[in-house]
Write a protein that binds this ligand. Structure first.
Ligand SMILES: Nc1ncnc2c1ncn2[C@@H]1O[C@H](COP(=O)(O)OP(=O)(O)OP(=O)(O)O)[C@@H](O)[C@H]1O
Ligand SMILES: [Mg+2]
Length: 138
């Protein structure tokens, strides 16, 4: 486990690049922390390091999106609006969790039991101002 202090969005993106360097096909990375703490920012940094060029934002109208064109295909899931997957189509996550790519999951609680064992767990917390404390279990 490592606790990293980030002082800016750029530093959080740079940490995302360090995460990206370790990823292998099939990895699931859960990213937790409060609204606005920087989960998407970290994932954007990872995507840029993988060579993905388009916008990387939290999906709004779907639970996830898929970014192609980088070293690995990336799924970006945000389960914030899902209370649980109970009663949902069991295949809901399958499109995003194939073994070729990696999947970043914001607000993973609703996916408990369906995401498999994460390769990495990242937790972000607000500190003063723009500072964030980021814990990674690598
Ligand atoms: N040290 C920092 N690390 C990350 N983001 C920061 C930092 N300091 C300021 N910010 C700003 O905080 C915001 C973080 O937004 P972001 O969308 O990444 O959060 P999020 O955790 O994904 O939120 P949500 O739960 O709503 O999806 C951005 O506007 C970013 O520029
Ligand atoms: Mg987000």
């Amino acid at each position: 486990m490592e606790a990293i202090e980030s002082r800016s969005a750029a530093e959080t993106e740079a940490l995302g690049a360090r995460v990206a360097a370790r990823l292998a096909p099939g990895d699931v990375i859960v990213v937790s922390g409060e609204v606005g703490v920087g989960k998407t920012t970290l994932i954007r940094g990872a995507c840029r390091a993988l060579g993905i060029e388009g916008p990387v934002t939290s999906p709004t109208f779907t639970i996830g999106q898929r970014y192609e064109g980088g070293r690995l295909p990336v799924s970006h899931l945000d389960l914030y609006r899902l209370e649980s997957l109970e009663g949902e189509d069991p295949a809901l996550l399958d499109d995003y969790l194939d073994g070729d790519g990696v999947a970043f999951v914001e607000w993973p609680a609703a996916g408990a039991g369906r995401l498999g064992r994460p390769a990495l767990e990242i937790r972000l917390e607000h500190a003063d101002g723009e500072r964030r404390t980021i814990e990674i279990d690598w």
